[in-house]
Design a protein around this ligand. Sequence first.
Ligand code: BGC
Ligand code: CA
Length: 355
Amino acid sequence: MKKIKKLSKFLTIIPIIYLLSACDKNVTISNYNNHIKEIKIGVTLYNQDDAFISTIVKNIEEIAKDKENDGNYKIIINVLDARGSASEQSSQVERFVSQNYDVICVNMVDRTTASTIIDKAKASNIPVVFFNREPVEEDLDRWNKLYYVGAEAEKAGEMQADIIINAYRKNKQMVDRNGDGKIQYAMLEGEPGHQDALIRSEYCIKAMEKNGIELEKVADDTAYWQSAQATAKMSKWINTYGDKIEVVFSNNDDMALGAIQALEGQNRIKNKPLVIGIDGIPKALEAVKKGTMIGTVINDSWKQADAIFNLAYKLATHGDMSSVQGLEKGKYIRTAHTEVTIDNVDLFLQKSTDK
Ligand code: BGC
Ligand code: CA
């Protein structure tokens, strides 16, 4: 009996090792069983170092493991990092196609070049779920097996404005520190051409103006979603403008945290600007709790991961796509946002430690 046990252990290990070596890195496999059908989902990322993207991936892997425990399918998730190279991403898609993946999930390096990826997938009849970096509509209309999962970027911008407007109405001096009746602001932008950067900035400013708040733009620049680049930009602004900036709107949390780092330990500035981000990553929630950040807007990485995985699973198992919840125009899923300030941050801090 002992021998049989040992042998069966050995037999389960062989296919796992085989799969790990055959399919690049980050393969999730558990509950291997010869009688269970296998589905293969390929994921290619614009940059795995991105704080928000790496959270989405972690969530997808967790959700897939949970689903696998239902025992219906063995689920392989193979995650590849394109490290900012569109041509590398294109070869990754080719690799998934040549290895007969059931679905390919693409977080595009360059959202304007989806057609190359679409043509490759379509020729082999492999559906594609794009996420976070939205292809243009004409590209998504090229085939009926293309999907997009992302967030409502307009709302994120409007919610940032709402948090600042509420703070202003509660205590004018806290925001308009020089008392000139206007809000002097700086905008840290994500990435030129990224839908979330463009739309968030635009709708944030529009919402401030719609509410009759007078604004004066002191500075704006792109920091490519990255904390370190934001620290560099903010340091430059501090040197140039001193304490003229009253609010820093940042297109995401990582850059907001970078700006805060530049502000910390600055004695040149008596009145530090209020800093606001988007995403709700754990470090940002902690900053809101500590009071170094006035607020953030949750970009729901769990719901997005859930939507990406559910679409991929339904496609791979030839399920009924009309039963997918929240699917707009047969191809879009956009998750809602939530405002976070000191008033409700505990609720979200709790959730992020639960996961
Ligand atoms: C997120 C950013 C992230 C970017 C990557 C945005 O939706 O808010 O944090 O860097 O997507 O594409
Ligand atoms: Ca002012």
